[in-house]
Write a protein that binds this ligand. Structure first.
Ligand SMILES: C[S@@+](CC[C@H](N)C(=O)[O-])C[C@H]1O[C@@H](n2cnc3c(N)ncnc32)[C@H](O)[C@@H]1O
Ligand code: SF4
Ligand code: SF4
Length: 350
């Protein structure tokens, strides 16, 4: 997002802080389908039919009208949809900033997606053995090919799910980040029983997670390309028990802004406060039945069942949408560094 976009988002956040409910940032799960079978994920098993291109375009139009400035496209594997380039291009035409999460499998064969999104987030869980153990055999080679294709063509981030398999490989992740010019992000295992697989065997202990977040904070302070804010990393290292994903207390400081400044639309069009509440929030309405805005505003009519969680994105959103200045500056520096890396890789590739 450029400076003007960040300023507009800041004004939106200020309005939300003053009590407005605006879906500034919407995660859209566009498909359950995925060619991969990662150990910690059972989304592909849900296997529901996709909405049509026209249905998503209609929802996107309604989102833009309701004030959405950024969408995060995920799934399943978004590139499993034949029309994903068309959908992302359409969202950008409507003036929304488009971020896309991918396992990278189809990036080399469908590089045109890179010209139709604002940034790409590739799932990368570390060196080959760790990555393939977390995800599936052969997946590391595919994400490396995706980094090769995307590097220097689009703003690039990685997301690493921290497990017993990779918490001791943080330095190697940074080496890959330097090579391909991307900024790194990290998250603890957190998907609920509907979305996550059986993760007991790969779940680090709370002490191990705590040490890992402390190490990431130290590495960031020493200059490693880590996008997560220092405030988040520091708080995450104090999460009381990583076998519990959610707390009722506002653990990170600000109260949760899910359903107030951001939300998640599921594959069938149901509007949830966030992805962790998919299947666990029975008040959710479907945008196809009620329209997007009504389904979004419905979320703020009652209290949320929780106020803190172990997903990394939502606490960061909560800091940003409550106008936490140190976190906003931290992220602005990270985004600027992403752009510098893109420029550097472009020049290297010329
Ligand atoms: C569900 S995937 C969808 C996008 C794409 N298929 C991918 O893998 O990047 C979005 C992110 O969720 C992560 N994820 C999957 N299962 C998880 C779990 N049980 N806990 C935390 N993150 C998980 C993936 O590694 C990925 O970074
Ligand atoms: S994490 Fe992504 S790539 Fe892996 S199974 Fe889930 S949706 Fe597919
Ligand atoms: S704290 Fe907020 S973002 Fe996290 S699971 Fe609860 S409602 Fe969702």
């Amino acid at each position: 997002m450029n400076f003007a976009g960040q300023a507009k988002m800041g004004i939106g956040a200020l309005r939300c802080k003053l009590g407005a409910k605006i879906p500034l940032n919407v995660m859209v799960s566009v498909t359950d389908h995925c060619p991969s079978r990662c150990t910690y994920c059972q989304i592909p098993l849900r296997c529901r039919p996709d909405l049509t291109t026209a249905q998503w375009k209609d929802i996107f139009r309604q989102m833009a009208d309701a004030g959405t400035m950024r969408i995060g496209v995920w799934g399943g594997e978004p590139l499993a949809r034949k029309d994903i380039v068309e959908l992302c291009a359409y969202a950008r035409e409507l003036g929304m900033y488009v971020s896309l999460d991918s396992n990278g499998y189809f990036i080399p064969s469908r590089p045109e997606i890179l010209d139709n999104i604002d940034h790409l987030v590739l799932s990368y869980d570390g060196p080959k053995e760790a990555h393939d153990k977390n995800r599936e055999e052969g997946s590391w080679e595919k994400v490396m090919a995706a980094f090769e294709t995307a590097s220097g063509r689009v703003r690039l981030w990685s997301i690493t799910v921290l497990t017993k398999n990779n918490i001791h490989h943080l330095d190697e992740i940074m080496v890959t980040a330097e090579k391909y010019g991307f900024m790194t992000t990290f998250q603890a295992l957190h998907h609920n029983a509907t979305l996550g697989g059986d993760t007991a065997d790969m779940m680090p202990t709370t002490e191990e997670y705590s040490q890992t977040f402390q190490k990431l904070l130290k590495m960031k302070k020493a200059g490693a390309p880590i996008l997560l804010s220092s405030s988040y990393l520091s708080a995450a290292s104090r999460w009381p028990d990583y076998s519990l994903t959610r707390t009722t207390e506002p653990f990170y400081g600000p109260s949760c802004k899910a359903g107030r400044a951001y939300c998640n639309i599921d594959v069938d069009g149901t509007v949830y406060p966030c992805s962790l509440l998919i299947g666990e929030y029975d008040r959710a309405m479907n945008a196809l039945d009620t329209g997007f805005k009504k389904a979004f505003l419905n979320l703020s009519k009652t209290d949320l069942p929780c106020n803190g969680c172990t997903a990394s994105c939502y606490p960061e959103y909560n800091y940003l949408y409550s106008l936490n200045i140190p976190v906003a500056l931290d992220w602005a520096r990270g985004v600027k560094r992403t752009d510098k890396l893109l420029l550097k890789m472009k020049k290297t590739g010329e």
